[in-house]
Design a protein around this ligand. Structure first.
Ligand SMILES: [Fe+2]
Length: 258
């Protein structure tokens, strides 16, 4: 099976790259299942129901989120109702949505997708380590192929989670930092991993934001309203190849000019 993971879709440029590029890419690469991280789709922060529907219509089987999940209130009821748009499980029980989805690949094989957030340098009510084992066990009861989107700031935490889950899931894909790392590899137990899959959006920017605005906030220390940049648009992510039993055979990072 071939799984495409599309990294953090940022703003209108990122959404446009998915809308225009994903259907053809799925076909060209003979993709069986596609996960899209959409947490920056709405002008860089969060996602709306309309934007989530558009990612699904373009070919996402499951959409994952991250630290900006609660930025748009209109997504709350949508997350409660949706089986295929999920948010980090450790954002708290009793809040809208869930952190696990199971959807069918092109040939009908069930694929589980788990979404978790790191706690180093990020504000989460629970560390990922408190939920990780139970969540992965539940995912594996429902599917042999399991993809984890680990949305985290620190490379060390992302690598640690990949090591913890090696041999238990098909892939641990790091997201959130928006810079694709050069470490896509299959770990000894058969789990594919990359520290960060990159960003689908405007790369003439500071991780998606107009450079002058991001620089002004850092240098002048004054409040600045961030706006998504527009230029240098790329679709980034990874393609994971795996066996029916869920063991990864390969992982390849992709960067495609939109
Ligand atoms: Fe994020």
């Amino acid at each position: 099976m071939k799984i495409l993971f599309v990294a953090d879709v940022f703003g209108p440029a990122g959404s446009g790259a998915v809308r225009d590029g994903l259907p053809g890419l799925r076909e060209e690469l003979a993709i069986d299942f596609c996960v899209v991280n959409g947490e920056n789709a709405a002008d860089g922060r969060g996602i709306t129901p309309k934007l989530a529907d558009r990612l699904l219509a373009a070919g996402a089987d499951v959409v994952t989120l991250g630290n900006h999940t609660w930025a748009r209130g209109e997504i709350y009821p949508y997350l409660d109702a949706s089986e295929r748009v999920i948010r980090p499980a450790n954002l708290g029980a009793g809040r809208p949505g869930r952190g696990l989805a199971v959807a069918a690949a092109a040939d009908g094989t069930p694929v589980a997708v788990v979404n978790l957030m790191g706690w180093l340098f990020l504000d989460v009510p629970l560390t990922p380590f408190e939920l990780l084992d139970d969540l992965v066990d539940e995912a594996r009861r429902r599917a042999q192929v399991v993809v984890v989107d680990f949305h985290a700031e620190a490379t060390s935490e992302k690598i640690a989670v990949a090591r913890i889950l090696d041999g238990r899931v098909t892939a641990v894909i790091g997201t959130h930092t928006h810079v694709q790392t050069n470490d896509a590899r299959v770990l000894p137990g058969g789990t594919a991993a990359i520290t960060d899959a990159g960003m689908t959006g405007p790369h003439d920017s500071v991780i998606g934001v107009k450079s002058e605005l991001a620089i002004s906030r850092m240098r002048d220390r004054m409040p600045v309203r961030f706006e998504p940049a527009e230029g240098g648009v790329r679709l980034e992510g990874v393609v994971v190849t795996c066996n029916d039993d869920g063991k990864a055979r390969g992982i390849e990072a992709i960067r495609i000019d939109a």
